[in-house]
Design a protein around this ligand. Structure first.
Ligand code: IVH
Length: 722
């Protein structure tokens, strides 16, 4: 090519073949340049080709697709991906391994929906692709945004990269494309493409990818879309997020429609009518597994009818209407080099096996969990042993067994330490008062004096689902703790003040700079107000995990109320104790550890110091907004519209608390046919008694005419008093 470029073609028809040829040529040069560090043309020739491409696209805008290499001209890699909040969270799936679990899934769905064992219930079965999930947002049929799953609520903006994936249409085709549709599916790399890519990577002197999934993830998360463009990524659509309408009323129908819209869908998806059908399809897919061009790690079952899916809803972060039937874990043998004992935030001592590196299911494994000292004794695991290791999906690798014949002479049984490896305090096993049996976990008794516990507690405190403080990672916490800058959570909020007063300013230290210190202080300041449930979870009180923290936050509303109840509950005859126990799902053991927490003077002092620094506000508005949120509800008698499980799940999803017994603390009693003593008691107590239909209306925020005889229903329904 020279400066006297030939004239442009007159029509789009004439321009297209030239554009296709040049685009392919430029793409090939890009590939050679980016991946092999070996340009195959002179810079001048390359520039001329690109100029021609840009000129053609300027004259015929139809040619200017985002996938064109011209779109990548000078594309500067972004510093970091922006984040995208998913309008509908991207959930995970529950896993099952055994055949019985599949029958149980079918039975559980039926129970929840109130379907007889012989009523028709269609369930789809499809391969579980081992890639990374991605959400593609189409508006008016055009791809406008693409995001990775991230933590399920917020992912990375990979729009520019996804636009370079040929398998993902820029525009949806055909009839009935909804105005808004978020398509969800798996981005993956086929095995032969993975092998070829690794060959090139190694040739270029870089470390190869461990498996196709890592290669796919690494390729999609490239800062330079031009690199992604050269990686042969594929996509299967299997789910959806936000949408204005859906093209069908079933899972299978919707995925079929996705296929008509031009989205790739997995051809091994079928509709089954029974648990036996599901298992038969599982076996069939398992047989094909090795021959498939892509990695799969199981089969996913989904209830087909979307109305059923809606009713079934979700439990924590997985749908009730779907489950992943995983293939058996992959195994390998290796040598046990050492057993490290780690100290957790509650003082638990956890043994970790250090292994000679071994590849299991495509991933190099060097650590495996040994659970606890009984487990080590039961398996008689000794240092120097040859052990069989297994890995299932993302689960932490486990030691399955010792290969006894290969035990080296003189290997001694492992002696679990009776003192804490971090602080030297005694490590003991508690005894369960009821059973008289020793607790499986040995715990350090050093309490706040144990540095390992303190560091773990701090790590938990700043973790993602707790205070979520960015820039305060494991390394920084260990450093600040060692230097005495941060000993307790409240110290985190005093860090900036202390730094101002200190002699050795953070910004002047190795590994820190002005910007990183400023960012850290900003991240800390941003968390001076947190929802109460996160605040409670962050404290790391035993048995107060995320769910119980939410229960407490929902029930008590303020930290003052939690502390008052927790303190008074030290007396098991107190009302506070009964109140805690009455919180649905909040067990004796959790109530006990909460009371113990507040009975400890050090804990109480830290609680107060922390609240002097931060504000714990009522839980997220969404859960508090529904008319029944925060209400205590009792269901009695039989329900006709849904099963008891479904009613309970729905009430809880709206922020209500479901209780099994009627008391003056009950807000609403839902009565169905056959209600007996509970209804009687409710009426005696003058509680708000409603029928199932009225309850549904309340839950949905509608108002209905009461079907109850006048005078027996509260004048002001709960919805209005909230
Ligand atoms: S359905 C709400 N179907 O598995 C349910 N997921 O363990 C949405 N995955 O995050 C998921 N193949 O990345 C579904 N055919 C398939 C899948 C699949 C792979 C992944 C997906 C998800 C993870 C859950």
């Amino acid at each position: 090519m020279t400066d006297t470029d030939p004239a442009l073609p007159a029509t789009l028809r004439q321009a297209r073949p030239e554009h296709t040829r040049i685009a392919a040529e430029v793409a090939a040069h890009d590939l050679a340049y980016h991946q092999n560090d070996a340009p195959t043309v002179s810079d001048a020739d390359y520039d001329a080709l690109k100029r021609r491409l840009v000129a053609l696209e300027a004259a015929f805008p139809k040619l200017a697709t985002p996938a064109s290499p011209a779109a990548k001209v000078g594309a500067k890699p972004s510093e970091k991906f922006g984040s995208i909040r998913h309008a509908v969270p991207m959930l995970s799936l529950g896993n099952v391994f055994a055949d019985e679990d599949v029958a149980e899934f079918d039975a559980r769905v039926r129970r929840f929906l109130g379907l007889a064992a012989d009523a028709p219930l269609a369930i789809t079965a499809e391969p579980k692709i081992d890639g990374l999930s991605c959400s593609l947002r189409y508006e008016h049929g055009r791809l406008v945004q693409a995001a990775t799953r991230g933590d399920g609520f917020e992912g990375e903006d990979v729009t520019a990269n996804v636009r370079t994936v040929a398998a993902i249409p820029e525009e949806l085709a055909g009839d009935g494309v909804p105005e808004l549709l978020e398509v969800r599916g798996e981005v993956f790399m086929e095995k032969p493409d993975f092998a070829a890519l690794n060959g090139r990577v190694v040739e270029a002197g870089r470390a190869p990818f461990a498996n196709p999934r890592n290669a796919a993830a690494g390729s999609l998360r490239q800062l330079d879309p031009a690199v992604t463009a050269q990686r042969p990524l594929k996509f299967f659509a299997y789910a959806w997020g936000e949408h204005s309408a859906l093209p069908a009323t079933t899972q299978s129908g919707t995925i079929e429609a996705f296929g008509r819209f031009g989205l790739p869908t997995n051809p091994l998806t079928i509709l089954c009518r029974s648990a036996e059908d599901l298992l038969a399809h599982y076996r069939a897919i398992e047989l094909q597994r090795a021959a498939l061009p892509y990695d799969i790690d199981g089969v996913v079952y989904k209830v087909d009818d979307l109305r059923y899916q809606e009713r079934l809803g979700f439990v924590s972060r997985a749908p009730r209407w779907a489950v992943a039937h995983k293939f058996p874990a992959e195994r390998a043998t290796t040598t046990l080099l050492a057993i490290d004992v780690q100290v957790g935030r509650t003082g638990s001592l956890t043994p970790v096996a250090k292994l000679a590196p071994v590849t299991v299911g495509g991933v190099v494994v060097e650590n495996a969990t040994l659970h606890n000292e009984d487990e080590i004794a039961r398996k008689d695991v000794r240092i120097g042993d040859t052990v069989r290791v297994q890995r299932a999906g993302d689960v932490i690798p486990q030691i399955v067994e010792v290969v006894a014949e290969l035990r080296p002479a003189g290997a001694e049984p492992f002696r679990f330490p009776h003192t804490c490896p971090a602080c030297g305090s005694a490590a003991v096993r508690g005894v369960d008062e009821k059973t008289g049996e020793a607790d499986v976990v040995r715990r350090c008794t050093g309490g706040i004096h144990c540095p390992a516990q303190a560091v773990e507690r701090l790590r938990h405190f700043v973790s993602r689902n707790a205070f979520d403080i960015e820039g305060l990672g494991e390394k920084q916490i260990a450093l600040f703790h060692a230097e005495g800058l941060i000993r307790t959570p409240s110290d985190i909020f005093k860090l900036e003040e202390r730094d101002k007063a200190g002699l050795k300013r953070l910004a002047n230290r190795e590994g820190f700079g002005d910007v990183s210190v400023r960012n850290l202080f900003a991240a800390i300041a941003a968390r001076r107000t947190v929802p109460l449930n996160r605040f409670l979870f962050a404290l790391g009180i035993r048995r107060i995990g995320e769910t119980n923290a939410k229960r407490l936050a929902r029930h008590f509303g303020t930290p003052v109320a939690v502390a008052a109840a927790g303190t008074a509950a030290a007396d098991p005859a107190s009302e506070a104790w009964s109140e805690l126990r009455a919180i649905d799902g909040f067990g004796d053991a959790a109530a006990e550890t909460l009371a113990e927490f507040f009975a400890d003077a050090d804990n109480r002092a830290e609680w107060d110091s922390l609240l002097a620094e931060v504000t714990a506000e009522p839980m997220a508005a969404a859960a508090a907004a529904s008319a029944v949120s925060g209400k205590v509800i009792v269901f009695t008698g039989s329900l006709e519209r849904m099963t008891r499980d479904e009613a309970k799940a729905r009430a809880e999803a709206l922020g209500a608390k479901v209780s099994g017994s009627v008391s003056k603390k009950t807000d609403i009693v839902v009565v169905g046919p056959g209600a007996g003593s509970k209804e009687k008691k409710a009426r005696e107590l003058g509680l708000h008694v409603v029928s199932e239909d009225e309850w549904l209306a309340l839950a949905e925020g509608r108002t209905v005419q009461s079907t109850e005889p006048a005078g027996e229903v509260d004048a002001a329904p709960a919805a209005a008093t909230d």
